[in-house]
Design a protein around this ligand. Structure first.
Ligand code: AMP
Length: 271
């Protein structure tokens, strides 16, 4: 991958990288479109990264559908797909990890020990393998994007991190590869996340600024949903991911499926 990327860049072409774990959907396609608009070359990576899954998490059953991905990418304008194997990414004996502290510690960092270390390790390896000018991440995983930005800055990766808006289903549910786990009743219950974010944005627009009150709005809606179990619901600063702030962040289990979502309450919720 690196030789091709260096050839492109030697010709003065800008390279945009879209890192994914496959099971592609319209959220991923929106990142690809943004990369297409802003670069000459678009590279998509597909790698289900074992390092970012905890021992009790869903690595083994994470949806993998290469034929579906190839079909979707056929309709998108992509110059190269980088699909490294686990052995190429982590050859026997590999033992180095990239660890970000601070922004990586609360919320997802606390709920999923080792998760962000897995993410920053693989993303730094992807940056080394592709040497992109720009890399594209989704606001859907807002803390991940902030952690990657911190890492790129701290390790002097010469890459611009671009964060693209969350793509949602018509009823507001944020697209996610994990939505495929939801049964029909759970799928209905999953609307509670976007619905809670919408209600909190309305409360904010009506003048509510007290973090505890905004949290109550979020939790009130989520707890009204019998299939939902709240892991966290907070309103935090979008840079540090600690209170106070305007970014409402949620992690909720619907049955066995863990979903996350977020919304900046100072903005209209248009999902
Ligand atoms: P994943 O394949 O789930 O690791 O996601 C790859 C990239 O797509 C990450 O930067 C995600 O934040 C982004 N992404 C996932 N879902 C969405 C969505 N609904 N809208 C926009 N970006 C998304």
């Amino acid at each position: 991958m690196l030789a091709a990327s260096r050839r492109w860049r030697a010709q003065g072409l800008k390279v945009g990288l879209v890192p994914t774990m496959g099971a592609l959907h319209a959220g991923h396609l929106s990142l690809i479109e943004a990369a297409r608009t802003e670069n000459d070359i678009v590279v998509v990576s597909i790698f289900v990264n074992p390092l970012q899954f905890g021992p009790a998490e869903d690595f083994a059953r994470y949806p993998r559908d290469p034929a579906h991905d190839t079909g979707l990418l056929g309709g998108a304008s992509v110059d190269a797909v980088y699909r490294p194997s686990v052995e190429v990414m982590y050859p026997p004996g590999s033992s180095t990890r990239v660890h970000v502290s601070g922004v990586a510690d609360p919320l997802e960092g606390a709920a999923r020990p080792g998760h962000f270390e897995g993410v920053t390790t693989v993303v730094s390896k992807l940056f080394t393998a592709v040497e992109p000018d720009r890399a594209y991440f989704g606001q859907k995983d807002a803390q991940q994007a902030a952690v990657v930005k911190r890492m790129a800055r701290d390790l002097d990766f010469p890459v611009e991190i671009r964060v693209c808006p969350t793509v949602r289903e018509p009823d507001g549910l944020a697209l996610s590869s994990r939505n495929a786990y939801l049964g029909p009743e759970e799928r209905l219950a999953a609307r509670s996340l976007s619905s809670a974010l919408r209600l909190a944005a309305l409360a904010y627009a009506a003048g509510e600024r007290r973090p505890e009150e905004l949290r109550k709005v979020l939790c009130g809606r989520l707890e009204a949903e019998p299939l939902a179990r709240v892991e966290y619901a907070q309103v935090v600063d979008p840079e540090t991911f600690t209170p106070p702030g305007t970014l409402a962040v949620l992690a909720v289990r619907i049955g066995k499926t863990r979903l996350i979502d977020n919304h900046d309450l100072s903005q209209v919720f248009s999902g």
